[in-house]
Ligand binder design. Structure first.
Ligand code: CP
Ligand code: NVA
Length: 317
């Protein structure tokens, strides 16, 4: 394992060069997977996956990915472990990290995952918190590059993110915060449009300046000239009590074909999923020709395999 231990609690925990390496490695691992070529770089390694919120993609992508790398996983939820019975996070971290090589956590506050990491002997990966979803943005950028950012040899070239425009339409949530971190690190711009009262808080997003994003009150204007249009649910996990209020506030923040027409003709559409057709996105957009949501979902696995290798082995290959 690289020394000192590296965690991936937010996108900016890794440098631009490290992200570049992981994105290119993801392409190599994906190609091997498609050829059914065995690649057991993490043989005999074990990862604990702790879920305090529901998941389909994060669970399947990490679990399948770890098995494909020759390792194994232990799956824990709040309900079936002592985590749900108030065992201190510090104690849980000390115990779990003595038995496994890697930990992935999906939880509520970022502070919880930070406390866990402080007391962990092994790398910790953020599988979504209220504040960030870094694995998703890693996969989203990989997906964008596969479609619009290949070099002459057909490899994803992270430098091609530079100067691109990503339109974010919707909640100033964990996904929006992480897009802002990625933009600052990789040199692209986010056009941000959220309803009033649901803006991104730059301090929570953990970015240094406003140089890498522009705020638009009108979502149509945010989409103008964008290379990628993306959105997310109106109500994230943990905020269900605000559902009705949010449905009213977000009514004009539905990505529809008109918004897509404001973007570049070859713009892509992404959504981390799960999606609610007729709420944050029209069916014609998510099921239409510009949508790459299925590649995006699959790429969670390839990007995270590269991430797990990086955290446990460093820049191998
Ligand atoms: N996009 C995403 O993280 O999906 P899950 O909630 O299904 O893991
Ligand atoms: N913002 C959403 C993403 C789900 C993958 C949530 O936190 O529920």
């Amino acid at each position: 394992m690289p020394n000192p231990i590296r965690h991936f609690l937010q996108f900016s925990d890794l440098t631009a060069a490290e992200h570049h390496w992981i994105l290119q490695r993801a392409a190599v691992l994906k190609a091997k997977f498609k050829r059914y070529e065995k690649h057991h770089s993490l043989a005999d390694r074990t990862m604990a996956m702790i879920f305090e919120k529901a998941s389909t993609r994060t669970r399947v992508s990490f679990e399948a990915g770890m098995y494909q790398l020759g390792g194994s996983v232990v799956h824990l939820t709040t309900g079936d472990s002592q985590l749900g019975r108030a065992e201190p996070i510090e104690d849980s971290a000390k115990v779990i990290s003595r038995m496994v090589d890697l930990v992935m956590i999906r939880t509520f506050g970022q502070d919880k995952i930070e406390t866990f990491a402080e007391h962990s002997r092994v790398p910790v990966i953020n599988g979504l918190t209220n504040e960030f979803h870094p694995c998703q943005i890693l996969a989203d950028i990989f997906t964008f590059l596969e479609h619009r950012g290949l070099d002459a040899q057909g490899r994803p070239d992270p430098a091609l993110m530079r100067g691109k425009v990503v339109a974010w339409v919707g909640d100033g949530n964990n996904m929006a915060n992480t897009w802002l971190q990625a933009a600052e690190l990789l040199g692209f711009t986010v056009h941000l449009s959220t309803p009033s009262g649901y803006e991104v808080d730059q301090t929570v997003a953990g970015i240094r300046s406003r140089d890498s994003y522009k705020v638009f009150t009108d979502p149509m204007q945010a989409c103008r000239g964008a290379d990628l249009v993306t959105t997310d649910v109106w109500t994230s996990m943990g905020f269900e009590a605000e559902n009705e209020e949010r449905r009213k506030a977000f009514a004009d923040w539905r990505v529809d074909t008109e918004m897509m027409r404001m973007a570049k003709p070859d713009a892509l559409f992404m959504h981390c999923l799960p999606a609610h057709r007729g709420e944050e996105v029209e069916a014609d957009v998510i099921d239409g020709p510009q949508s790459v949501v299925w590649d995006e979902a699959e790429n969670r696995m390839h990007a995270q395999k590269a991430l797990m290798e990086f955290l446990l082995l460093g820049m191998v290959a």
